[in-house]
Write a protein that binds this ligand. Structure first.
Ligand code: PEP
Ligand code: MN
Length: 356
């Protein structure tokens, strides 16, 4: 994935449902210059039995036929497809039908045995592999799958953030927990990371906002589910966009994109640099003040012990919170943020006093 490809856009239906549906979506997406790769589920992991489980080999055959047809991606090259693989046989079939980019789904990433089996099949395959985050927010499983692929000699690896299934998903289908993906980026700074706003949101209406957040967080790309007629989709009907909706979304989002290399443009660079210097200096002051505050806690601990007082003084704490929240309101600071910050600081102060 080159920098000038950013954001790298993958689009296509949750599942390949028929020759006609695949052809229709390919015709629509091949006209969209931002689309670099067409996705289409061929084997569908269903949480409960009885649903549409994908068409398997015939879907791959149609992909191959379409790649050999006169249809072209917007850059003039033959159509490019990717699909999910969960078993070694899937990898073998993809190879047979010329699919050179695959992804490992969330349920598979969660299972090191399955990842190991896939690694054996992917060894020396030359395929590009995208690794979706595991269903639960255990970053070690995500890192583990990536490391297993690296050990198997797969050198074109990227990650897809598709959200996490929590007991309460706070209105999402899978809660994004952006901090987990940020931590992955921190640990593997050169690994490209894409966002899948469709599986995070679970509804068409949520897709644009999630995609926008991902681009503001400097993701390398997006994987978006797009169907010629979403309401009739056999899987994930509620979250797929029409091709026109995808076009609107990319036009809106990409007109606001920062410079392609992530560097600020010359017009805003001086002001940005100034503001960043100011932020650095304010942060240093904050830490200086926190240091002074904790020094007071050390001294107070000694006084309280000598006076036989308990460390935690609920009345004092309640009145401090009231006072600070009033000040925060005057300063236009968010109340929940201020409360959380005060609790953190107070918690540290208590810890220091208990240790004395
Ligand atoms: C999919 O991409 O259609 C899919 C099943 O995704 P996930 O593994 O994220 O649930
Ligand atoms: Mn889907």
């Amino acid at each position: 994935m080159e920098h000038n490809d950013r954001p790298y856009l993958i689009a296509g239906p949750c599942s390949v449902e028929s020759r006609e549906q695949l052809q229709q979506i390919c015709e629509a997406l091949s006209r969209q210059p931002r689309v670099r790769l067409i996705r289409g589920g061929v084997w569908k992991p269903r949480t409960r039995p009885g649903g549409f489980e994908g068409l398997g080999e015939p879907a791959l055959r149609w992909m191959q036929e379409l790649r050999e047809s006169p249809l072209r991606m917007a850059d003039g090259s033959p159509l490019r497809f990717c699909c999910e693989v969960a078993r070694p046989e899937h990898v073998e079939l993809c190879r047979r039908y010329g699919i050179d980019t695959v992804w490992i789904g969330a349920r598979t990433t969660s299972n090191p045995f399955m990842v190991d089996d896939l690694c054996q099949a992917l060894h020396n395959s030359g395929m590009a592999v995208m690794v979706k985050n595991p269903v639960s927010p255990d970053i070690r499983l995500w890192l583990g799958a990536i490391e297993r692929l690296q050990h198997a000699g797969v050198d074109n690896i990227s990650a897809i953030h598709r959200g996490f299934n929590m007991y309460d998903n706070h209105g999402y289908r899978n809660e994004p927990l952006w901090e987990v993906a940020m931590e992955l980026r921190h640990q593997l700074p050169t690994l490209p990371i894409l966002c899948d706003p469709s599986h995070i949101g679970g509804s068409t209406a949520l897709v644009p906002q999630i995609a926008k957040t991902a681009l503001q967080l400097d993701y390398d790309g997006l994987m978006v589910e797009v169907h010629p007629s979403p309401t009739h989709a056999l899987t994930d009907a509620a979250q797929q966009l029409t091709p026109d909706e995808l076009r609107d979304l990319t036009e809106k989002l990409l007109s606001r994109q920062p410079a392609a290399n992530g560097q600020p443009s010359a017009t805003i660079a001086p002001e940005l640099a100034l503001l960043r210097r100011k932020i650095d200096s304010v942060d240093h002051d904050l830490l200086q003040l926190l240091g002074q505050r904790m020094q007071c806690s050390h001294q107070i601990a000694t006084l309280k012990r000598e006076a036989g007082m308990t460390v935690y003084q609920s009345d004092r704490w309640a009145s401090m919170v009231d006072d600070r929240l009033r000040q925060a309101a005057r300063l236009g600071l968010n109340e929940a943020f201020t409360r959380e910050l005060l609790e953190k600081i107070h918690g540290e102060s208590i810890r220091i006093q208990m240790e004395k």
